[in-house]
Design a binder for this molecule. Structure first.
Ligand SMILES: Nc1ncnc2c1ncn2[C@@H]1O[C@H](COP(=O)(O)OP(=O)(O)OP(=O)(O)O)[C@@H](O)[C@H]1O
Length: 638
């Protein structure tokens, strides 16, 4: 079945040395074979490939994606599989450790997808629960139609889909469905839409509503945006106060929590306080930045939802997927993708009719015979943040569409908010970036010793700029750039890093510490504490308060002048510099995707700078990521 010039254990060791496998992949494969007394070399190879796949956050290993003549994509194959895909599938199914869906085996083969049982269970439970929720819809009456027309006054009767106010459609959809997913890029009005929806729901009766986001930073941002959106709505509706009860706006909650806090962390345990047998006390849950929610977390969240509760997921399906396994939001939206790479709503004919009645638009063209879970989705595509032709919006759109010409045009158009730094020779590009970083970070570093600046305003200033790196390791990864920036700031006399914890050092937390209330990705700054006269790490929490922690008590952390694009999800900065490596290795090239570039660009509100080379930027923008999973198929072909 297999051809290899060396014993399997030696082959795995060689693959580890050439970094095509991690030590974990090798140990997993050998352990699986030992535990299950499996002496087949093919079994070891498949386990190594599955582990490699899981490390890359795929939920499973599709057997039909394995390059049989060179499974590890070595420069020169040292192993090959002498079977076709069907033969391989049969051989894998015959291993004692591999079962079919429903079997109690460590590995599950579902069609041609091979899973760890845990992940198969997650996927099955998540899809079952979402499909189950998608069955329930709520009736509406004339009062909803008139409230909707007051909330979205520019009612158009045009049939052209370009004239449809999709925010109104999304509000109508989410009002009438138990499960709804509202997706869209930055500034497309997700918060505005959800605020109007919440007003509508508050008008129709009392309900316990909770707002959550995956990280503290994202939760704090959601609180801010809902507050702003409520104020704006109040002003907009002032003229119709005699037709709509505006006190409903005051009943809209604005405090958002993190998912961990909502579910109730149990210190020292991976379990949460809330689950199926102790469900959450709420009627409606709104989850922002849902693209960051991984498969296991979505499973726990759905498990803890009470049977009757509504769920609304908000997010941008084009952003990088979650740091951990799966791409739940992208999978949920997958069925709306058209063959030409665009998106198209898909409704059942009766629901398209209902939406036409509710919104006043002709939605019947979007009715289809195979809508999957389309009735539960709404996609917003018009950005209200970047005014029409603003550079950041134009570049983000071109990257998102893998439009090479558009990308070139955006960079060459001379937009004041886009700034390109070419690597050049002798690190000229790096020198320019460091100059920029010193200018940008100077602001918070200069005011941090002044008594008239509190930690909150210092952290706000620090948060106006961030360097984002595509990779962790290497001179142009987070580690290298942090070292360079620290040295440049020291030379400029802005910091004094003579000790590990120095005033002004920003730190990013790398693991969860439930006792301290600090979570992976939380960012704080070491600052003198006026009360205790000691240096303390200061963190802004989701509720806006400041948490102070003794530096020595911090869980795993690192300096954060630069952070990975992955960790920047859920945050925004006035100015962003993206750093791409000048000559990426094959492993780095795999990380450089259009989702990564798009996520980095859309973190910037006013200025976006890229240190890179044109070729690397373009290649990255042309490379779409997919995460292997069976969730989309379960949701759309059920
Ligand atoms: N239909 C609209 N007409 C005009 N302005 C709008 C409209 N919808 C939203 N806006 C404005 O656009 C900005 C972004 O809106 P909003 O915060 O709702 O978008 P979002 O999708 O939640 O953004 P983010 O991705 O940053 O969370 C806000 O200033 C909002 O007031």
């Amino acid at each position: 079945m297999m051809t290899s010039g060396m014993p399997m254990a030696a082959l795995l060791k060689q693959l580890e040395e050439t970094r095509l496998l991690t030590p974990l992949d090798r140990h997993f494969a050998l352990q699986m074979a030992a535990i299950h007394k499996e002496d087949s070399e093919l079994f070891v190879l498949i386990c190594a490939l599955l582990s490699k796949q899981l490390s890359a956050q795929h939920a499973c290993l599709p057997l039909d994606t394995i390059h049989l003549s060179n499974p590890f994509l070595e420069r020169q194959a040292s192993v090959s599989v002498q079977l076709d895909v069907n033969g391989l599938t049969q051989a894998v199914a015959d291993f004692a450790a591999v079962g079919a869906p429903g079997d109690n085996c460590p590995l599950i083969l579902d069609g041609q997808r091979l899973y760890l049982k845990r992940y198969h269970d997650f996927e099955q439970r998540v899809s079952r629960r979402l499909l189950d929720m998608a069955q329930t819809s709520f009736s509406t009456d004339d009062s909803v139609i008139s409230a909707l027309s007051l909330l979205f006054p520019r009612l158009s009767t045009a049939n052209d889909s370009d004239d449809i106010d999709w925010q109104k459609v999304a509000t109508a959809t989410a009002f009438s469905q138990k499960l709804s997913i509202i997706t869209g890029g930055p500034g497309t009005g997700k918060t505005t839409t959800v605020t109007k929806l919440l007003m509508l729901l508050c008008l129709s009766g009392q309900m316990v509503i909770r707002l959550v986001a995956p990280t503290g930073k994202a939760a704090a941002r959601l609180t801010e945006s809902i507050k702003a959106s409520k104020q704006k709505l109040k002003a907009e509706l002032a003229g119709v106060a005699d037709e709509l009860d505006l006190t409903a706006i005051d009943r809209i909650p604005e405090e958002a929590a993190t998912l961990h806090r909502l579910l109730g962390v149990i210190p020292g345990s991976h379990q949460f306080r809330h689950h199926k047998d102790n469900p959450l006390h709420l009627d409606l849950l709104i989850v922002d930045e849902a693209s960051m929610v991984d498969l296991p977390m979505m499973d726990r969240l759905l498990d803890a939802l009470p049977e009757h509760a509504r769920l609304i997921l908000l997010g941008d399906q084009d952003q990088l997927a979650s740091v951990e396994a799966g791409a739940v939001l992208a999978d949920i939206c997958a069925g709306l993708r058209t063959l030409d790479g665009g998106w198209q709503m898909r409704y059942t004919a009766p629901f398209a009719n209902d939406l036409s009645l509710l919104t006043g638009y002709d939605m019947t063209p979007f009715g289809t015979a195979h809508p999957g879970i389309g009735n539960n989705l709404c996609m917003l595509r018009k950005s209200h943040r970047f005014q029409g032709d603003a550079g950041i919006g134009v570049l983000a759109k071109a990257v998102n569409q893998c439009d090479k010409q558009g990308i070139m045009k955006a960079w060459q158009a001379g937009y004041s908010e886009l700034h390109w730094i070419e690597h050049g020779t002798q690190k000229q590009g790096l020198t320019q970036l460091l100059k920029l970083a010193c200018e940008q970070y100077r602001d918070y570093l200069e005011v941090m010793h002044r008594p008239d600046f509190d930690p909150m305003s210092i952290i706000d200033r620090y948060n106006s700029y961030r360097i984002l790196c595509a990779t962790r390791a290497g001179e142009y990864g987070v580690e290298g750039i942090n070292a360079h920036v620290s040295a440049a700031l020291k030379q400029a006399g802005l910091i004094n890093p003579s000790q590990e914890f120095f005033p002004g050092r920003p730190v990013i937390i790398q693991s969860n510490d439930y006792n301290l209330g600090l979570f992976n990705g939380d960012i704080g700054i070491i600052l003198p504490c006026h009360e205790s006269k000691r240096l303390m790490a200061h963190f802004i929490q989701a509720d806006g308060s400041v948490l102070k922690v003794l530096p020595a008590r911090l869980p795993g952390h690192e300096t954060c002048f630069a952070m990975t694009v992955h960790k920047s999800q859920g945050s925004e900065f006035a100015s962003v510099s993206l750093v791409l490596p000048p000559s990426p290795s094959p492993a780095q090239r795999q990380l450089l995707t259009k989702e990564l570039v798009y996520t980095a660009i859309t973190r910037a509100k006013q200025y976006f700078t890229c240190l890179g080379s044109q070729r690397v930027f373009e290649d990255a923008s042309m490379q779409r990521t997919t995460r292997a999973s069976g969730l989309a198929q379960r949701l759309w072909q059920a």
